[in-house]
Design a protein around this ligand. Structure first.
Ligand code: IMP
Length: 439
């Protein structure tokens, strides 16, 4: 029990890589799952025993009754959404007794959602395509040091004066946008109910995470969004406002990097993106539509159709570099079934025809970069029943081997369908990734 590793699960692309499914599996070997960033802009769908669960804030590990699930300080919490999620789980017989919310996590309040919409409308054609959940404005308040944290939120004597002060300031901002002012009394009436319901869950989670991580009882750090949506290292400004990258697991939970044993990057066998911004391997033809329909590529949170394209190994190598990936988990392989050939972006060419193999820091300003593809033979056999790499059609297996060569990290699991059991686990590799580093 005391030799279990601490593993970060991080999105290697633009989010929606189905990290929840891997977290759900890894949670079987851990005592704690920690969600370290983002808010209810994220959406994880996990199918267990034929039942589909959708999570926006609560870690997918909650389905294991013995797993302690933490929503840590790097997360921004919309209290109404959190409560709805808790109540939904309880109604389906899932215990939330082991759920803890960081007293340092910032709270999303109605003015954040309103500002998100107002700012997007103002951006016009340059809009980011946010989820409209108030994420950016909540993180902005945190950085501006006027945010309200959960610890304050659940203490009525502190919440009311802080809320009144911030609402007064926000109403000045709303004037600039020509928007109606908001009423602090109304917010107080609604949110005090949420506060008292959430109070029993609020704790000093940094200490809980540290104790579990240093005791070697196994902690899974569940990333939200993906590497390319990181506020610093993503395709800025078309990013979210938090740190989805592996380093965010330290900042967002309050533990040091030396406590982390492995970092698994999750990527789809292709690439998707929601919202605006650069996407070199995007497919705007019927092949993109094929992937979208077969992969049900519509947002869990907003229902928006996702932009779809080929796997981009320049991006994968970037994810390896930025996150220190020790392994890859490849998802949605079944979606590619039925395509005559599949392509992988291996580099870009610039305007002068020069080959660019490493992700440029400003990809967002390089619309002239054109992907260079490698074409592999496709497969038409059903892969959804495969449980070992050897059971895959040879062309699908060859595709995985090529992804490993191009990314430079081993694939430890392959998802071949949404079900928990529809997973190929490369046992020996997974075991070595889950080894605790000597300390
Ligand atoms: P925000 O996080 O709502 O501010 O949105 C900023 C950008 O991140 C937009 O392009 C969103 O579509 C994208 N985004 C945020 N959360 C997710 C996610 O969970 N999956 C995929 N894209 C996301």
């Amino acid at each position: 029990m005391a030799d279990r590793s601490n593993v970060v699960v991080v999105g290697a692309q633009w989010g929606d890589e189905a990290k929840g499914k891997l977290v759900d599996y890894l949670a079987l070997n851990a005592t704690m799952v920690v969600r370290y960033g983002g808010g209810n802009n994220a959406g994880h769908t996990v199918t267990a025993n034929g039942i589909e669960y959708k999570f926006h804030l609560i870690p997918a590990g909650i389905l294991n009754p013995d797993t302690v699930c933490i929503v840590s300080d790097g997360v921004v919490v919309d209290p109404g959404v959190m409560l709805k999620e808790i109540n939904g789980l309880v109604a389906r017989g899932v215990s939330v007794a082991n759920l803890r919310l960081s007293s340092s996590a910032h709270v999303i309040l109605p003015y954040h959602r309103m500002l998100d919409d107002l700012q997007e409308a103002k951006r016009g054609a340059g809009k980011i395509g946010t989820t409209g959940r108030g994420i950016g404005p909540a993180y902005a308040d945190k950085a501006a040091r006027i945010g309200i944290r959960l610890g304050e939120f659940v203490d009525p004597s502190r919440f009311e004066p802080r809320l009144r002060a911030v609402v007064a300031e926000k109403n000045e901002v709303f004037k600039v946008y020509g928007a109606e002012p908001i009423n602090a009394d109304e917010i107080l009436a609604e949110y005090s109910v949420y506060a008292s319901a959430l109070k029993p869950f609020v704790a000093d989670t940094s200490l809980l995470v540290y104790n579990a991580a240093s005791a070697g009882t196994g902690v899974i750090f569940e990333g939200a969004q993906g590497t390319l949506l990181d506020i610093d290292l993503g395709t800025y400004p078309f990013v979210t406002s938090s740190h989805p990258i592996a380093g965010g697991a330290c900042i967002g939970t309050g533990i040091g990097p030396t406590l982390i044993d492995s970092v698994i990057g999750v990527a789809k066998g292709y690439t998707t993106r929601v919202g605006s911004g650069v996407f070199p391997t995007e497919l705007l033809d019927e092949r993109g539509d094929y992937i979208r329909e077969r992969g049900h590529e519509y947002g869990t949170t907003t229902g928006r159709p996702r932009r779809c394209g080929w796997l981009d190994s320049v991006i994968l190598r970037y994810a390896v570099r930025i996150n220190g990936l020790t392994a890859l988990s490849l998802g949605h392989l079944d979606v590619l079934t039925g395509m005559e050939s599949v392509q992988i972006g291996v580099a870009y060419t610039d305007a002068d025809g020069n080959l660019v193999k490493d992700m440029p820091a400003d990809l967002v300003n390089r619309p002239e970069f054109t992907p260079v593809y490698e074409t592999l033979a496709g497969w038409c056999e059903d892969v959804s029943g495969a449980r070992t790499l050897e059971e895959l059609p040879e062309n699908a297996h060859a595709y995985i081997r090529r992804v490993e060569e191009l990314s430079g990290v081993p694939v430890v699991s392959v998802s071949v369908g949404p079900g928990r059991e529809q997973t190929i686990l490369v046992e020996d590799r997974m075991q070595s990734v889950l080894q605790r580093r000597p300390r």
